[in-house]
Design a protein around this ligand. Structure first.
Ligand code: SF4
Length: 334
C-alpha cells in the first residue's frame, strides 16, 4: 500500500450548472490527487472545467445554478461534503486558499493592503489587530514589497505588485493547499516570470501543496511536479511532468504541445487543434474529443474510454491503448 499523503483527493466528481438554456455538464467524473508539498498543473482550454474544479475544492461552486451531482473531495483526508458551511469558512484561507487571475477582483479598492492581509490573519489566528498588522507587513516583505507600503491602497500598486499582495493574502495563514487560477495571465511576460519564481520559492519555504490552473504548458514545465490534462470535464491524461511531456499519450495533449511555438524553428507554423470544445449541454456520447481527434476510430464515437495505466502515476483515457498499454490504433484521418 502506498504511504503517500494527499493534500487533496477528488474522486469521480460531477458538477452541473442547471441554466435556462440547458444543463451544462462542467465536470463529468473528474479524478485528481495532489501529494503533500507537490504542485499539480491542471491544463486545458477555456471551458474545460479548470476553474470549476478549483471552486469545488473550496465548496464555492455558485449554487444555483451549480449542483454537485456526485463524487467526493477530501482535503487533508477530510471529506468536505460532510462539513457545515461554518466549518468550510474556517477552512477557507486557513487550510486552502485560492488566487484568481485578475488581482483587482480580489482586492478591496477602499482598504489599505496591510488591512486586507491583516483581516485574514485576524479571522483565522489568535492575534490582536496590532499583531495582525505586524504580520501583514512581514508578509508584504516576503513577497518583495517594502512593509511600509502596507498603508497604501491597491490603485497605488502596479499589476504585478497587486498580484504579489493577493499572494501575500493567500499565504498569510500558511494554507496547506494553494489553488492558483491562471495567476499570471493578466501580467506582462517579464513580471509573470518574477511572480512565478516567487511562488516557487514560497512553496518550498512553506511546503505548500499547489494546484496550478493554467492553459500554459510553459508554466507547467516551470513549476509543476505532476500534470493533469482536462478535457470536457474529465482528466484525460495524468502523470509526472516527465511522463506527460516526454511520453505523451493522449491525442489532445499531443495537440496542446503541437500548438506551442517551436523556439528552435521559428519559421515553423503553429498547428492549433482543429475544431472547438464540445457543447457542454450536449457532450458526445463516447470520447468527448472524438469530433476533433485525428486518430478517432469507430469505437470512440459511442464508448467512453477507460483509464489505461503506463506506470503507477501515468494514465490516459483513450481507445488508442489497450489494457496492457499497447497502442492499438493509428492515424487514420477523418
Ligand atoms: Fe481520439 Fe478515440 Fe482516443 Fe478519443 S478515444 S482521443 S477519439 S483515439
Amino acid at each position: 500500500m502506498s504511504d503517500k499523503k494527499y493534500a487533496v483527493e477528488i474522486n469521480d466528481l460531477a458538477v452541473e450548472f442547471r441554466t435556462d438554456d440547458g444543463i451544462v455538464k462542467a465536470l463529468n467524473g473528474l479524478d485528481l490527487k495532489i501529494e503533500e508539498g507537490k504542485t499539480l498543473g491542471l491544463v486545458g482550454e477555456t471551458g474545460a472545467g479548470k476553474t470549476t474544479t478549483g471552486l469545488a475544492i473550496l465548496r464555492l461552486v455558485p449554487s444555483p445554478p451549480g449542483v454537485i451531482v456526485g463524487g467526493s473531495i477530501k482535503l487533508n483526508g477530510e471529506d468536505i461534503f460532510s462539513k457545515t458551511e461554518h466549518e468550510m469558512q474556517a477552512l477557507r484561507g486557513k487550510a486552502v486558499s485560492m488566487i484568481f487571475q485578475d488581482p483587482m477582483t480580489s482586492l478591496n479598492p477602499v482598504m489599505t493592503v496591510e488591512e486586507q492581509i491583516a483581516e485574514v490573519i485576524e479571522l483565522h489566528e489568535d492575534v490582536n489587530h496590532k499583531g495582525a498588522i505586524e504580520k501583514a507587513k512581514e508578509m508584504l516583505e516576503m513577497v518583495g514589497i517594502p512593509g511600509e507600503r502596507g498603508t497604501e491602497y491597491p490603485h497605488q500598486f502596479s499589476g504585478g505588485m497587486k498580484q504579489r499582495v493577493v499572494i501575500a493574502i493567500a499565504l498569510a495563514c500558511s494554507p496547506s493547499l494553494l489553488i492558483a487560477d491562471e495567476p499570471t495571465t493578466a501580467l506582462d511576460v517579464t513580471i509573470q516570470a518574477q511572480v512565478l519564481e516567487m511562488m516557487k520559492e514560497l512553496k518550498v519555504k512553506y511546503n505548500t501543496s499547489m494546484l496550478m490552473i493554467t492553459h500554459d504548458l510553459g508554466i507547467v514545465a516551470e513549476i509543476c511536479d505532476t500534470v493533469s490534462v482536462i478535457y470536457g470535464g474529465r482528466v484525460v491524461e495524468h502523470g509526472s511532468l516527465d511522463d506527460v511531456f516526454n511520453n505523451t499519450r493522449h491525442p489532445y495533449t499531443e495537440g496542446l504541445f503541437r500548438s506551442l511555438p517551436n523556439l528552435d524553428n521559428r519559421s515553423e507554423k503553429l498547428k492549433p487543434i482543429k475544431g472547438l470544445m464540445p457543447d457542454p449541454t450536449n457532450l458526445p456520447e463516447g470520447c468527448t474529443f472524438y469530433p476533433r481527434c485525428d486518430y478517432a476510430m469507430e469505437i470512440c464515437k459511442t464508448v467512453k474510454p477507460k483509464k489505461v495505466y503506463r506506470n503507477d502515476e501515468h494514465y490516459v483515457e483513450c481507445h488508442l491503448y489497450d489494457e496492457n498499454n499497447v497502442k492499438v490504433g493509428g492515424l487514420i484521418g477523418k
